[in-house]
Design a binder for this molecule. Structure first.
Ligand SMILES: Nc1ncnc2c1ncn2[C@@H]1O[C@H](COP(=O)(O)OP(=O)(O)OP(=O)(O)O)[C@@H](O)[C@H]1O
Length: 259
């Protein structure tokens, strides 16, 4: 469960280039719920994910994960409960380490630091099984250094590493945006499978309106640092890409009228 309460963040407050990134943002996501976040450039999507993961400190407001207020916790403490996959396939994995070593690193992230078992046969078997879900043959490349993988393979590995520890919250930050369409489909299919199987509470930011239509339980549209629109249930099931784009257009028309 995720709850964002009255999140406020202003960059360069009081200066000529003051930017309000989050303006009293409120959002609730139930356990196992998959929310898809859309919004124009500068709407506050990344700031929201950064505030949840702890890399951006709020001016005021709270972030609760499964009812616990994590607002004061640094990134590394929150990382034991949250997993995040970034847009850049190079970001989520350690290039000079092998696939298996990366999987082990991800496993240890959510464990107490005193417990440091190595790459045991049991672990290797588990990693093979997890990776085989992708259908990319990565389960046969456990000893390959990650820098030798393609961007799509690396991103798929990042996803499997992120969901491996069944995090309380999964943050997907345009995680398929840098991939070719076929690989993006593979990563999205693996995402949906993992989210459903593990009942992960998930927040996915995307600029891909087809993905917003096809995936998730709820579309959350941000605008100027707040939630402007939420679409769920039957409305979500029946929404089309032009409908969604129409919501962006309304904003543009309003802005034109105001100018
Ligand atoms: N580190 C920063 N310093 C100054 N201003 C920032 C910073 N990060 C974000 N902003 C500003 O905060 C506002 C929200 O930005 P944010 O990156 O959260 O939007 P976004 O919805 O993720 O946009 P995009 O779709 O372009 O990634 C913007 O006006 C942006 O210029």
């Amino acid at each position: 469960m995720l709850e964002i309460r009255s999140a406020q963040k202003t960059f360069y407050r009081g200066q000529a280039d003051e930017k309000v990134a989050l303006d009293g943002l409120n959002l609730k996501l139930g356990t196992g719920e998959f929310g898809v976040v859309i919004g124009s450039n500068g709407a506050g999507k990344s700031s929201m994910l950064n505030a949840v993961s702890g890399s951006l400190s709020l001016d005021s407001g709270q972030i609760l994960v499964n009812g616990d207020d994590v607002s004061g916790l640094p990134v590394h403490k929150r990382a034991m409960r949250l997993a995040r996959v970034f847009q850049d396939p190079m970001k989520g994995t350690a290039a000079s380490m092998t696939v298996a070593e990366n999987m082990l690193l991800a496993d240890l992230r959510s464990k107490k630091r005193s417990l440091r078992p190595g790459l045991t046969n049991t672990r290797i078997a588990t990693y093979r099984e997890r990776l085989s879900l992708l259908g990319l043959g990565l389960e046969n490349r456990l000893d390959t250094r990650v820098e030798l993988l393609s961007g799509g393979q690396r991103q798929s590995l990042s996803l499997i590493m992120a969901v491996g520890g069944s995090p309380d919250l999964l943050l997907l930050d345009e995680h398929t945006a840098a991939l070719d369409p076929r690989t993006a489909d593979i990563v999205m299919a693996a995402t949906v499978r993992a989210v459903e199987q593990l009942k992960l509470t998930t927040l996915m930011v995307t600029h891909n309106m087809q993905h917003a239509v096809d995936f998730g339980h709820r579309v959350i549209m941000l605008d100027a640092g707040r939630v402007r629109l939420e679409i769920a249930g039957d409305e979500k099931a029946n929404i089309t890409v032009p409908d969604l784009i129409g919501h962006f257009a309304v904003k543009t028309d309003r802005m034109l009228l105001a100018s």
